[in-house]
Design a protein around this ligand. Structure first.
Ligand code: GUN
Length: 302
């Protein structure tokens, strides 16, 4: 039997409706809405489209939203001053600096300058530390891993005692999702293995996985024979493998391919996420959730 599809596009709608309702309630009771600023330096086309979607989504759920677009030659000092301004702005609860930054700017310095209590990306070392400790310590789980966990839970996949294999060890996906799945608590309690470019017999590890999370950035890396029958396969890969003309708009769009050979894998897995339409939509959704959470922390509601 082919795998059940876990659709980020559908789960996104449920969560955004939940957030919209909560924002309206808070506005009525406390007279305040979550404020999100996205800072974009330069005009990298992929970054422009991500930021535009973030702002559009923030508007849809009723947030105050600011898109602060800066020229590509903005100095590091000026960017740090901008962050400082938003750190001090009481109407802003979430600050996001779109990555990657131009080469003349030190990314680490910039991420460290964001107030950890407004770091809705969850990239500040304080929030990375809180995530590692787990439980009540966690304020802002990073958005893509939080989206992955939400999808697994909402699909009804058992995580407790499950063998989770994570392919890839990035700071944005691999390391944090591995950490989250091994924590004590609902949607976790798993036994976790992380495999990466230096791992021997990657396929043997993957074959053991009840839940296989692939974030390697290599199109079609995971072959159908690496998948345990009935496993839950989460494909985080978004690889641009070419361009085509969109039937809907007549414009050029990227052809996207995941890290998993989807057509063959769906005949073996129990659950699987497609690319596009799987994990992708969840990242922005969880950014909205973190921004709402930030306001709730401030109001003492969380
Ligand atoms: N660039 C690609 N993904 C992300 C993300 O999740 N957050 C930020 N700030 N930049 C990104």
């Amino acid at each position: 039997m082919p795998a059940k599809l876990i659709l980020g596009t559908e789960i996104r709608e449920q969560i955004l409706e939940e957030i919209t309702a909560e924002v309206a309630q808070i506005k009525e009771k406390h007279g305040v809405v979550p404020g999100l600023v996205t800072i974009l330096v330069g005009e990298n086309p992929a970054s422009v489209s991500y930021v535009t979607l973030k702002i559009k989504t923030a508007h849809r759920v009723g947030f105050k939203e600011i898109q602060d677009s800066q020229p590509v030659d903005l100095s590091e000092q000026d960017l740090l001053a901008l962050i400082d301004k938003y750190n001090k702005d009481d109407s802003i609860h979430g600050i996001l600096v779109q990555l990657p930054l131009p080469k003349h700017i030190d990314e680490k310095k910039v991420l460290n300058a964001i107030d950890p209590d407004k770091d809705v990306d969850g990239f500040h070392p304080v929030n990375v530390g809180r995530l590692m400790i787990g439980g009540d310590e966690v304020k802002f789980p990073p958005c893509t891993p939080a989206g992955i966990q939400e999808m697994i839970v909402r699909a009804g996949v058992e995580t407790s005692g499950a063998e989770v294999v994570v392919v890839g060890r990035s700071n944005i996906v691999g390391k944090p999702i591995a950490n989250m799945m091994l924590q004590k608590g609902p949607g976790a309690n798993s036994t976790v293995t992380v495999v990466h470019t230096r791992t021997k017999n990657m396929d043997e590890h993957c074959k053991r996985a009840d839940i296989l999370i692939v974030a390697a950035g290599v199109p079609g890396l995971v072959k159908p024979e690496w998948i345990k029958p009935g496993a839950c396969v989460i494909d985080v890969g978004v690889n641009r493998v070419g361009e085509k003309i969109s039937e809907k708009t007549g414009k050029k769009v990227a052809i996207l391919k995941g890290d998993v050979d989807f057509d063959a894998a769906k005949e073996i897995a129990g659950w699987i996420t497609p690319v596009p339409g799987g994990v992708g939509p969840m990242t922005i959704t969880m950014l909205m959730k973190n921004t709402l959470k930030s306001l709730k922390f401030k109001l003492g509601l969380e």
